[in-house]
Design a protein around this ligand. Structure first.
Ligand SMILES: [Fe+2]
Length: 177
């Protein structure tokens, strides 16, 4: 096995752990979403994520290796932060909570896109088109999810960007920074 093949395996172990964590986290993220379209994107991506775990396992099989996960601290951190934001947003307006959620999930998606993009390039280099195909499929799903998140958040951004012309209410003090 070449050093690059070993690297490919290492990267796959990292992503297997990352995806495994996401399978657990996405139901919570979807539950926290208020807008039905956002919820829909997250639920759909949960199903895709399960397929991505299977794809990685297939990749290990192709390389004649046992599927093994190696703790992905970066994804742990991203998920932890997302959960903290969900807690913080419980008191906030739905639109703000949803936009915060989108910000967290897009970070997750971009992290994965980086991972699979690198892996695909490595798989090309080691001359394994079956692996390249697997990683390309997953990469396309992550990219699509990222784009869908942008689409569903567009009206929310507009909503959050509106000035509160009727506020503050009488008797309420305006806070000056
Ligand atoms: Fe993924």
């Amino acid at each position: 096995m070449s050093a690059l093949q070993e690297l490919v395996l290492d990267q796959m172990k990292d992503l297997l752990h990352a995806e495994g964590q996401l399978v657990k986290a996405f139901p919570k993220l979807a539950k926290a979403a208020h807008h039905p379209k956002l919820k829909g994107v997250l639920i759909k991506h949960l199903e895709e994520t399960k397929g991505q775990v299977d794809r990685l396992k297939k990749g290990f099989e192709l390389l004649g290796e046992k599927a093994k996960a190696k703790p992905c601290k970066a994804m742990q951190g991203l998920i932890e932060e997302a959960q903290e934001h969900i807690e913080e947003c419980k008191e906030k307006e739905d639109v703000v909570a949803d936009l915060t959620l989108v910000a967290s999930v897009q970070r997750v998606e971009h992290y994965e896109m980086a991972g699979y993009g690198t892996l695909r390039t490595m798989a090309e280099k080691i001359g394994n088109p079956k692996l390249v195909k697997l990683f390309s499929q997953t990469l396309a799903e992550e990219e699509k999810t990222d784009k869908l998140l942008t689409v569903v958040s567009t009206p929310l951004l507009d909503e959050a960007n509106q000035d509160y012309e009727e506020e503050p209410e009488q008797g309420e003090e305006e806070s000056d920074e």
